[in-house]
Design a protein around this ligand. Sequence first.
Ligand SMILES: [Zn+2]
Length: 154
Amino acid sequence: MAKQGVVPDALTQPFWDAANEGRLVIQHCHACNRLQHPPASTCQHCGSGDHLAWKEMSGRGTIYNYGVVYDCPVRLLQHDQPFNVAVIMLDEDPGIQMYSHLPGTPVDAVPVGARVTVIFEATANGQKVPEWRVGGEPREPFQNRTMHGERSAQ
Ligand SMILES: [Zn+2]
């Protein structure tokens, strides 16, 4: 089922554009060499606003923990209830955490500590969002590097 559409703003546009291209990018501060998510206009660690750039991730991570949602206020999600909400730690930085419904994993059967790989799912308005699957072949990191800067025809 299509999830609620995401509407990017100026700050998050590069994140969502990358998702549409099948890439997971996270803000990286060159001043203090830290990653941060969700995106912000300044580095949450050193306060710099001039050293933030988007960095492509490998798309691999580990399940830190999870919860099960039984009563979601978002109507589009309600007929999928109950569903998993897992916390994913990125390989590049365990402090960077993303949430996932873990498509393909039964409710309340989330293997904490398992390896996961990013996938990209289209939402109601066509915008793709990162999701995570348990196991699977990891993507080759940076496989699209030579294609950066090119936008495929829609
Ligand atoms: Zn910084």
